[in-house]
Design a protein around this ligand. Structure first.
Ligand SMILES: NC(=O)C1=CN([C@@H]2O[C@H](COP(=O)(O)OP(=O)(O)OC[C@H]3O[C@@H](n4cnc5c(N)ncnc54)[C@H](O)[C@@H]3O)[C@@H](O)[C@H]2O)[C@H](O)CC1
Ligand SMILES: [K+]
Length: 240
């Protein structure tokens, strides 16, 4: 099942887009309007960190991150948490040397900050104390059945009894259709970015939409109906 329009609690209609539609929004934002990927990622990481602080009530946090744009947002979130002295650890699904692009840039900052970073699903399992886990493994870029090592990290996340917060879409969920690519995270809340994706009506738990700073002209250029949904805040809850 897919949904083409969501609503905020205040009743504002929010258009949903497919993964391809969101990629096109990103492209127009970057290439035509000049918003940089790292600016959007910074907003994503900051908003996600705020949600995690709500969910963790000051307790420990583990951020489980992949190597793409989703992982990069998770690593930015880890930085914002550490900046607020929230005890945070990072688990990458692969060795840091395999990161590239924005995720590598985010990782380099964490390295300079001395935030603890471990690798692989066993490292997720080692976090056996109460903690909130952030799922930033894969976003709308999932392709094919989820493979190890990401698949093992997904299973470890689902085995935890503590809250899990997913960035953009639960890892392993198809952003367009809501279908599961073999295995997927079952989060307590999802913080999706800019616009809801058509598949996210399939998410478990609460669904929030975070503002990552994309101006209305981007949506106008793509003929996407857009009534700014955020009011005075940096995110809104979507109620279906
Ligand atoms: N405007 C926005 O919404 C913005 C979103 N951002 C975030 O970026 C991701 C999309 O980034 P992208 O790099 O295109 O893809 P992902 O991070 O989702 O995934 C790529 C990464 O995932 C791994 N992977 C893919 N499929 C599989 C699989 N079947 N098994 C295992 N691993 C898989 C692979 O390693 C790829 O490299 C979006 O969701 C947002 O979170 C931007 O930060 C800002 C703008
Ligand atoms: K995710």
């Amino acid at each position: 099942m897919t949904q083409n329009t969501f609503r905020t609690a205040a009743g504002t209609a929010v258009t949903a887009v497919t993964a391809a539609g969101m990629r096109e929004v990103d492209r127009v934002a970057v290439e035509e309007v000049g918003v940089q990927l790292l600016q959007m990622m910074e907003n994503a990481g900051r908003a996600l960190a705020r949600h995690v602080r709500d969910a963790s009530e000051g307790g420990r946090v583990v951020v489980v991150a992949g190597d793409g744009g989703n992982g990069g947002g998770g690593l930015a979130c880890a930085r914002h948490l550490a900046n607020r002295e929230v005890p945070v650890r990072v688990v990458l699904d692969r060795p840091p040397g395999e990161l590239s692009g924005a995720a590598a840039l985010q990782y380099r900052i964490l390295e300079a900050m001395d935030v603890g970073v471990a690798t692989g699903a066993e490292a997720v399992a080692r976090f056996d104390e109460p903690t909130v886990a952030v799922d930033a493994l894969i976003g709308y870029g999932v392709s094919g059945e989820v493979r190890p090592p990401a698949a093992d990290c997904v299973r470890e996340l689902n085995g935890r009894s503590d809250p899990v917060v997913s960035l953009d879409v639960p890892s392993g969920m198809d952003a367009t259709t809501g279908d599961t690519h073999g295995v997927r995270v079952n989060p307590d809340r999802t913080v999706t970015l800019a616009l809801p994706k058509t598949g996210v009506d399939a998410v478990d738990g609460a669904l929030y939409l975070a503002d990552i700073g994309i101006p209305a002209t981007v949506y106008e250029r793509l003929d996407i109906d857009y009534d700014p949904p955020f009011g005075d805040g940096d995110w809104v809850e979507l109620v279906g």
